[in-house]
Design a binder for this molecule. Structure first.
Ligand SMILES: *Cc1c(COP(=O)(O)O)cnc(C)c1O
Length: 378
């Protein structure tokens, strides 16, 4: 960076802006199976209702509701119902963000800024934790997962917590089920998280809850240092509107509310989240079809002699190449991803493997067909 911009923090110079779709835009239609959205747009009756609300009720000249109250009430009721909780989650236990990305950033600011803490992650995992930490000058400690089932190397994780002191680990970020590998937390992993002291924040990101139906929300009451993150970007098909939420104790939620921007969520996004919650019986049944497609794809890809495929609890599949030269594996995965893109299928090459979102039936059969041809021709 030239002297002219010497006012910019020096640690940002090495940082490149996040590219959601590495490799850039193309001018032909693509099956976009690289970012784990649902491939189906909202039902048209919901879109029509949203358009009507925009026309009749939303005042474009007014700031949005900065309290998010009606949305928080609806989310609290949904969380309570979806986990069959006997003790309901209250609206005071919910904070709403501009995507869960905003909440991740707020949690980082609340715990680790000013050199007060490091975060711990287990790779391969959601890249946004380390990226956002870096933009804030926060140190990330990464431990590995064991390749047979992608469970966290708990010994290494415990050791990082016991020994890191410059600065110490203040927050642990875990995805449940994990992305890109699709595995849900095991009892052993859960027991480890339960054993962590209350002076460490435990963030459990349940972005794929609607697919896995596994949740720790029932345990929040016993663990005041836990936060659960959820999003409307995946099963609720609202990625365009950027709505995520955190569930935690009222005390932790108060901290998140202090940190967020006052009008972080546009009126239209709040409305969209509210309406999809109210009409979820029109949206969520599609999850079943995705799970059926996932089973089909997993079975087909597992039979292929070139692929090592893991069972997934989410709306994507993770695989690696089998029986190949380890030295050139990364290069071969890159080439495969690039060739697939040329043929019209976008997938994600990450963590030493390929992550493929489950799309529509037609998208999935094209993916299988293209992958199987490419792997033989390689
Ligand atoms: C997709 C995803 C999210 C969602 O992020 P938003 O900002 O809400 O769109 C969060 N966490 C993980 C692990 C994800 O895969």
């Amino acid at each position: 960076m030239s002297d002219r911009y010497s006012f910019i923090r020096s640690d940002l110079a090495q940082l490149a802006a996040y590219q959601p779709h590495p490799g850039g835009k193309v001018d032909y239609p693509l099956d976009r199976l690289d970012t784990n959205e649902v491939s189906l747009d909202l039902p048209s009756e919901i879109k029509e209702k949203l358009a009507w609300i925009y026309q009749q009720q939303i005042e474009a000249n007014r700031y949005p509701d900065g309290s998010h109250l009606s949305l928080k009430q609806a989310i609290a009721a949904y969380v309570t119902e979806s986990a069959s909780l006997t003790n309901p989650i209250n609206p005071e236990q919910i904070s709403v963000g501009n995507g869960s990305d905003e909440l991740i950033r707020s949690l980082l600011i609340a715990t680790c800024l000013n050199g007060e803490g490091s975060i711990l992650v287990a790779n391969p995992t959601f890249s946004m934790y380390a990226i956002l930490a870096k933009t804030l000058g926060i140190n990330t400690i990464a431990v590995n997962r064991k390749e047979d089932d992608w469970a966290i190397d708990l010994e290494a994780a415990q050791q990082a917590i016991d020994t890191a002191n410059n600065p110490a680990v203040k927050a642990v970020f875990i995805v449940h089920p994990n992305s890109p590998t699709g595995n849900a937390l095991t009892t052993e992993e859960l027991n480890w998280l339960r054993s962590l002291p209350e002076n460490i924040l435990v963030v459990i990101d349940e972005a794929y809850f609607e697919f896995s139906q596994t949740s720790v929300v029932a345990e929040l009451a016993e663990h005041p240092n836990w936060v659960v993150l959820r999003t409307f970007s995946k099963a609720f098909r609202l990625a365009a509107h950027r709505v995520g939420y955190a569930i935690a104790t009222p005390q932790l939620i108060t901290i998140l509310e202090k940190i967020r921007l006052p009008y972080n969520l546009p009126s239209f996004s709040q409305t969209a989240a509210l309406v999809t919650l109210q009409q979820r019986e029109l949206i969520l049944p599609f999850v079943k079809e995705i799970l059926a497609e996932r089973a089909k794809m997993t079975a087909i890809l597992t039979k292929n002699e070139y692929f090592r495929v893991w069972q997934s609890q989410a709306n994507f599949i993770y695989l690696k190449l089998k029986n190949i030269n380890f030295e050139t594996a990364e290069q071969q995965l890159s080439q495969l991803t690039q060739s697939l893109k040329t043929q019209g299928t976008l997938i994600r090459h990450t963590g030493g493997g390929l992550r493929i979102t489950i799309g529509t039936k037609a998208e999935n059969s094209r993916t299988i067909e293209r992958l199987e041809k490419l792997i033989v021709a390689r």
